[in-house]
Design a protein around this ligand. Structure first.
Ligand SMILES: [Zn+2]
Length: 56
């Protein structure tokens, strides 16, 4: 299982999600970021940061 929280990206946000794969987390974060962080598209830079922040 992998864990990701927005706080890991330095965001003041209580969102956290778990999944079985990195790509699942990125998809879930993408849905969240579009509505909560005004980021409808995840840039390569953001995806890189998310991958680094994910705890396995
Ligand atoms: Zn968030």
């Amino acid at each position: 299982m992998v864990l990701f929280t927005c706080r890991d990206l330095g965001m003041d946000c209580s969102f956290e999600t778990t999944g079985t794969t990195e790509s699942e987390i990125i998809k879930k974060f993408g849905d969240h970021a579009g509505s909560a962080h005004n980021m409808p598209v995840l840039t390569a830079d953001v995806i890189f940061k998310v991958k680094k922040a994910i705890k396995k």
